[in-house]
Design a protein around this ligand. Sequence first.
Ligand code: AMP
Ligand code: MG
Length: 338
Amino acid sequence: MVILGIESTAHTASVGIVTEQAEVLGLATDMYRPTAGGIHPREAANHHVAVLPGLVLDALERAHVRPSEIDAVAFAQGPGLGPCLRAGATVARTLALGWDRPLVPVNHCVAHVEIARVLSGLDDPMLLYASGGNTQVIAHHSGRYRVLGETLDIGIGNFLDKLWIALGGTFPGGPALEKEARLGAELLSLPYSVHGMDVAFSGLYTAALAHRASGAARPDLAYSVEVTAYSMLTEITERALAHRHRERVVLGGGVACNERLRTMVKTMVEGRNGTMFAPPPSLCVDNGAMIAWTGHLALSSGLSVPVEASAVQPRQRTDLVPAPWRSGGALGVRPAPV
Ligand code: AMP
Ligand code: MG
């Protein structure tokens, strides 16, 4: 079986082609980059409309697969920006109808878990999902994925992007801040905002800008922000592991490309005699391959929809979508303790 998946929840338009063995045959991605400031939903959607047809052709070509060899079309149904989601869904519906193939809606956050889970080979891992718009600690229990902890305000990536732009940089801020942080030496005092298994970043943002206004060097600020924010994420992940008696963690989301975050979480997990896995950057960031792979899992549980029932769901919560494939089959075996 070969599945084509379309991702378009935010700034990334991506098409992936994946087999039922989770082999990524082809992946074509194009990211919308705002000329100034943050992401503008309508402009991002226009970008996706313009590039998606070409990305479909590109992915097919890279995969050496003909349209007639595609068995199903999956798309990210939510959560995300409405106009962006609709751009991807429209292309997916068109392909499914044109090729007469099943149409499979996929939750974007669940897709991050599933691609990391299958690549890691780890049984029932917990996911630290750190991306632009989302920051969640996710674990499976009784047929669906549960959010154990999350951001109370903005996603970690949006926080890094916003801060970097306020410090004079351009989008995306995370990778640039990572480079700048390597030059930092002094650890500045910043608010450490952990509430149980939740985190918040707005106080950190305000305090970082106040430090800058009083003359802090940008590399020191970048270093201190990374250490503080990633410590917060590492702490909530550890608390979730301790409560759920787990010792396996996978990472997902664009911020999971960050070397410092990877190292901090790895050190914590290995200190608990556990295992940490992070996918390669191309599959950590938003991508069509994770949608295609999760589409395969969903389809194997009969979860395809007619076009009339395929409306996008911009606020679709991770914990509101069933994941029936987890009740059995490959890697879906262990009943979770309560
Ligand atoms: P996503 O929403 O999952 O596509 O991820 C995009 C986010 O990841 C943006 O906010 C980026 O700034 C952030 N990001 C990408 N690479 C890195 C990195 N190396 N370190 C920190 N953040 C990153
Ligand atoms: Mg994402």
